[in-house]
Design a protein around this ligand. Structure first.
Ligand SMILES: Nc1ncnc2c1ncn2[C@@H]1O[C@H](COP(=O)(O)OP(=O)(O)OP(=O)(O)O)[C@@H](O)[C@H]1O
Ligand SMILES: [Mg+2]
Length: 507
């Protein structure tokens, strides 16, 4: 007799259906799993055997074969334990095979029969809704699955609970969708803490309003890391659809804590010792990298020149396409990665290039060496280059600024609303901020007036702007006009946008 149970395999954020077929046949006692299982799936035999014996069931002394179909799709991860156990229980007549067929099953088993959390429950649940199935997943992931929509969810804490549910002796209620409480660190940091640095704060506001990439250069202790940490507070919350697509990636990486979904934009600040695989994704077991984990949010690279060169160069292609493509021997895996890059760096190794009293003897030579660790193309992808100078004693004794995160965030929200209205009126889909405007839509929506155009043409020659640089100036100018509430992009907006590119031009 053969029992069939549905589960899934993941390829990037794609969910592939997997059919778990379990057969118990006459023959010498054996328990084999076929269908390209990786080591974790192969070891699930031992966990399943132990978990069943924990509830007082011994495997029959016969030939047990588990086939994971399709046979040529590699199966990775620990979520195959529960479907294999459920298939075995169905074949043994403990669980009703016909009722199980209406579910997608995911879960890892502990030796005592408990069902432990696994990654990828949210995308699997969304796929189950599309296929008209219900879902059986670990108790810890029930809240996550509940976000997927209308589907029947069973979230047992142990395999015994699942058996009792089908027997009718202990019926489980549906899990509730859970939201992460949003009073995390990001909310608490206020722009009011930052004294002086008005230019940098203005640039931060522009970056938040248009989703622009930003680079801060300045001496140590001037407040660069402080400024970046206050960006999440300025950004608008994710829409429910955006939150779902961001959470899908976090679910695949096993980073959704307690199955809770957050409406805050992700903010990731990886350390500069990060490897290429950790940054863009990949590795022997492909999982999303920091770039994908900050999808629709902020990727903050502090001490930019300290990152390994291949790591920085690996950012180039995803920054343009908004997607990371990982080629493996047997498959191509894609993860979305539409990020806003914020970087901070010192102008040179000692950090005091502009202060003759503090600069080291090698200035300005050391600045050239230090800054040349970042290639031109990486600089070119950053819209706003700003200097964050050292604070004077007078600045430090200033009273706290009147304007804080609340006021600036309100202006950012208004500017974003203006952008959305414009995109909707122009029939542009899939564009969420000015930074994502491209091609024909950019030409159509950002048409500077006569004086602005003249200034821009002049600047292209003088500043040796690349075509990309030219388009980036246009996008920033559009954001500046939006912040002001102006319908048209004029000379003053172009001039301010050009002022944010001077560092790249001076290189
Ligand atoms: N503008 C500022 N207003 C108030 N405090 C400041 C300001 N700038 C710096 N500080 C103080 O200095 C500390 C260090 O600031 P921060 O870490 O942001 O510097 P940084 O520019 O990132 O330096 P580094 O280049 O060394 O990383 C802050 O924790 C804060 O106490
Ligand atoms: Mg810092």
């Amino acid at each position: 007799m053969v029992a069939r149970v549905n589960t899934v395999a993941f390829q990037g954020i794609q969910v592939m259906p997997v059919d778990v077929q379990v057969q118990i046949a006459a023959g010498l006692p054996a328990f084999t799993i076929v269908g390209l299982p990786d080591k974790a799936v192969g070891e699930s035999r031992e966990r399943v055997r132990a978990a069943l014996s924990a509830i007082g069931l011994a495997l029959p002394p016969k030939r047990i074969t588990v086939n994971l179909a399709p046979a040529d799709l590699p199966k990775e991860g620990s979520h195959y334990d529960l479907p294999i156990a459920a298939g075995l229980l169905a074949v043994m007549g403990v669980l009703p095979a016909d009722e199980l067929e209406a579910f997608t099953i995911l879960g890892e088993l502990a030796l005592d029969g408990a069902v432990s959390a696994v990654s990828g429950v949210l995308p699997a649940a969304i796929d189950a809704v599309a296929r008209g199935l219900g879902m059986i997943c670990p108790r810890a992931c029930g809240g996550e699955a509940a976000w997927a929509g209308e589907l029947e969810i069973l979230a047992p804490a142990s395999i015994l609970q699942l058996v009792n549910h089908f027997k009718g002796s202990q019926v489980m209620g549906p899990p509730e969708p859970k939201l992460a409480d949003d009073d995390g660190v990001g909310r608490l940091l206020d722009l009011k803490d930052i004294k002086g640095q008005e230019t940098a704060k203005r640039a931060l506001e522009v970056a938040a309003a248009g989703g622009h990439n930003m680079l801060m250069i300045g001496p140590p202790g001037s407040g660069k890391s402080m400024l970046a940490a206050r960006l999440p507070g300025l950004l608008p919350d994710l829409t429910p659809e955006e939150a779902l697509s961001v959470s899908m990636i976090h679910s695949l990486a096993g980073e959704l804590k307690d199955g809770r979904i957050s409406r805050r934009r992700p903010f990731r600040g990886p350390h500069h010792s990060i490897s290429v695989a950790a940054m863009v994704g990949g590795g022997s077991r492909v999982r999303p990298g920091e770039m994908s984990l900050s999808h629709m949010g902020v990727l903050f690279l502090d001490e930019l020149p300290e990152f390994a060169r291949p790591v920085l160069e690996a950012l180039r292609q995803p920054m343009e396409s908004g997607e990371v493509l990982i080629a493996r021997a047997n498959a191509h895996v894609a993860y979305p990665a539409r990020v806003q890059l914020v970087a901070a760096m010192n102008p040179c190794r000692c950090g005091h290039l502009d202060d003759p009293a503090l600069a080291c003897a090698r200035a300005p030579r050391c600045a050239l060496d230090y800054q040349s660790r970042i290639s031109g193309p990486v600089f070119d992808r950053i819209d706003l280059h700003i200097e964050v100078p050292a604070l004077s004693a007078a600045d430090l004794t200033l009273p706290p600024p009147a304007e804080g995160t609340a006021e600036v965030a309100a202006r950012v929200a208004a500017a974003r609303a203006r952008q959305h209205a414009r995109f909707a009126a122009a029939g542009i889909v899939g564009c969420r901020s000015n930074a994502e405007l491209d091609g024909e839509a950019l030409e159509r929506l950002v048409a500077p007036d006569e004086a602005g155009r003249a200034l821009l043409t002049q600047a292209v020659g003088h500043m040796r702007l690349s075509a990309r640089g030219y388009h980036r100036v246009l996008r920033v100018a559009r954001t500046l006009a939006d912040l002001e509430g102006a319908e048209d992009v004029s000379r003053i907006h172009i001039a301010e946008a050009l002022s944010y590119r001077r560092i790249a031009a001076g290189r």
